[in-house]
Design a protein around this ligand. Structure first.
Ligand code: AFD
Ligand code: MN
Ligand code: MN
Length: 401
């Protein structure tokens, strides 16, 4: 029996099942690989070091959760030289049963990008950055991927060292050229981030800048909201509501954070915020929702890569199920009448409801393990990949490399 009253148990189950049947969240290839912080890197015996291992890990997460049929690829990290061996990748897709997802250009590691990529004062370097973006568009087209998801790390560290306005113009020029190269069905998702690695100004620092750049590019450009890319206290669900309202929400990079862009597992710090974001998403039509890409962007220095990814997907499913329980018709009536406490209770009672039994029933009915994390442990997969990959991964040492 749902706590909303008699006879709602069946309605709750239907809402949760319908929501989960339509819930997909993309896993990032880099979430399975060794990463660290600027203070050191602790490699993991089971971490993936090849694109095939990343496809294998992504396939395991999908087999355990039923929600992650695509894996985001990072150009350069997964596709050396910025070129893709398309037949080889298609072979991996077939072998492992997961598809290439969003294509993520890398405009932040090459030495030439020290003073920026698409916002670099050098026209030559901006040209090189554009060439990489066009390569990424072509890779996406060849693999049948919908989105090229670009994060621009450009910025400056001290006031007066760069012209913020000139850099805006340079970005418009490059991103406009990229937009013109997009094929049918392709999109470019413009991600924003307030700081890091730049510490005085970041050229695409907030949703307003990303929105305006996307708008000036054209209809195939949308905004990507990375939940870790906001200052403390930002009302992210309000940004999501605005982007939905103006039809510019391309998708998410989901993770959690306590202080900055910490890339923690989703819901580990503030699950209620994720619920509130999902409520905004579930408040629009299924057709509008279909244009919003759910993607994970996390990397873990300490937690096991596979465990962390399964945790995030399972948590996302549970929080989405909670948001699906909100009686939005009733809520609208209470909001309209400004019956504040009843509206709040109608809203948050869904969050407080324990959906795990319903989610487990859905999983079993769909031929999935009731508890994906437990199933991962019992599968021996982590032990297997640790044995197979251990020699390739150095022992767990902190290095300043
Ligand atoms: C880092 C950046 C950004 C980007 C991701 C993948 O902060 O979130 O989307 O790397 O390139 O997390
Ligand atoms: Mn991101
Ligand atoms: Mn980030």
């Amino acid at each position: 029996m749902g706590i909303n009253g008699a006879g709602t148990a069946e309605r709750d189950a239907q809402r949760v099942w319908d929501a989960l049947d339509g819930f997909r969240i993309e896993v990032p290839s880099w979430g399975f690989a060794n990463t660290g912080t600027r203070f050191g890197k602790f490699v993991q015996a089971g971490a993936a070091t090849t694109i095939e291992e990343k496809f294998s890990d992504a396939a395991q997460v999908n087999a355990l959760t039923g929600a992650s049929p695509t894996v985001a690829l990072h150009v350069l990290w997964d596709l050396p030289g910025g070129k893709a061996d398309v037949p080889a990748i298609q072979g991996l897709e077939k072998k492992y049963g997961v598809k290439s997802g969003s294509i993520n250009p890398n405009l932040f590691q090459d030495a030439e990008y020290k003073y920026g990529s698409i916002a670099n004062p050098s026209a030559e370097i901006r040209g090189n950055a554009l060439a990489h973006l066009l390569d990424s568009v072509e890779i996406g087209r060849a693999l049948g991927s919908k989105d090229v998801s670009l994060w621009i790390a450009d910025g400056s560290n001290y006031p007066g060292t760069q012209s913020i306005r000139k850099r805006i113009g340079w970005m418009e020029e490059v991103l406009g050229a990229m937009h013109a190269a997009l094929g049918d069905g392709q999109r470019m998702l413009v991600e924003y981030k307030p700081f890091e690695p730049a510490f005085y100004h970041t050229d695409i620092a907030d949703w307003g800048m990303a929105l305006e750049l996307a708008r000036r590019c054209g209809p195939k450009a949308k905004v990507l909201v990375d939940t870790g890319h906001h200052y403390q206290g930002t009302n992210i669900e309000q940004i999501v509501a605005w982007l939905l309202h103006v039809g510019q929400l391309g998708g998410f990079h989901f993770n959690d954070r306590k202080y900055a862009d910490d890339d923690l597992t989703l819901g580990s710090i503030d699950p209620y915020q994720v619920f509130r974001i999902f409520h905004e998403i579930l408040s629009v039509s299924a057709e509008e929702r279909s244009g919003v890409a759910f993607m994970i962007d996390q990397s873990h220095n300490l937690k096991g890569k596979m465990e962390a990814m399964v945790q995030t997907v399972a948590t996302a499913q549970e929080l989405y199920a909670k948001a699906a329980l909100v009686d939005r018709v009733r809520l609208a009536e209470l909001q309209q009448a400004c019956r504040l406490v009843e509206a709040e209770e109608c809203f948050r009672s869904a969050f407080w409801q324990d959906v795990r039994p319903l989610v487990q029933q859905w999983r079993v009915a769909r031929g999935l393990p009731a508890d994906p994390l437990k199933a991962l442990t019992e599968s021996g997969y982590v032990e297997k990949i640790s044995r197979e990959r251990g020699s390739k991964n150095a022992s767990s040492v902190s290095s300043y490399a």
